[in-house]
Design a protein around this ligand. Sequence first.
Ligand SMILES: [Zn+2]
Ligand SMILES: [Zn+2]
Length: 255
Amino acid sequence: MIDSHAHLADPAFDEDRDAVVRRAQASGLRGIVCIGESLAAAGRARDIAQRAPGLVWWTAGVHPHDAAAFDAARDLSAIRAHIAEGAVAVGECGLDYHYDHSPRDRQRHAFAEQLSLARELVRPVVVHTREAEDDTTAMVEDAGRAEIRGVMHCFTGSPALARAALDAGWFVSFSGLITFKRWTDDELLRLVPDDRLLVETDAPYLAPVPHRGKRNEPAYLPLTIARLASARGSTAEHIAEVTSANARVLFGLPT
Ligand SMILES: [Zn+2]
Ligand SMILES: [Zn+2]
């Protein structure tokens, strides 16, 4: 299994990060993509990845929540430096009109700049989107035409947005949210074909049932895989196999 999106650099793991990584391995994980959702987090993510070579990889980007402070000249060159050092993707970046922590035009600007950088560097993008369907659809469609590839992480959007992402050649990732009682959209879990499906914990957030409300960690990924398998009439082994293979393809991880 590969956890395609975990915030291992989050201070929530400062006390026991090595034990968290060991528990992930013990529960069968063979890879964790550690998300740098800010340049500060990306620096910590790089250190974590470099201490666990072949198991933990990292990304670098600017989250939509922080888009107001995005400075293209400064931040794109920092992301570029991370990619040169071995970061596997640009992000997470995207649009979040639910919280609106940054003005929407600033969010679109930061997202568009990071998409262009991904194109230039021929790296995938990790995209966060919430209640921004029209703008996300338009930007992902443009990105697809520009041969940019990426993943819609922790997907909770509409079937139309999922289809737009798939048509653009993108992947769709599901998190522990799909184990919550209020998740009823199993059609969405079946809409994504095997070769575009990813799974993630989004740790330390969104711990799957029965850990809901507690700190999440990559070792809980099998709970989300099991839920996905039952919704799709498949087996956990199959879902683990295809999602690992897909993560290796998208992020260019060694097999
Ligand atoms: Zn996110
Ligand atoms: Zn995230």
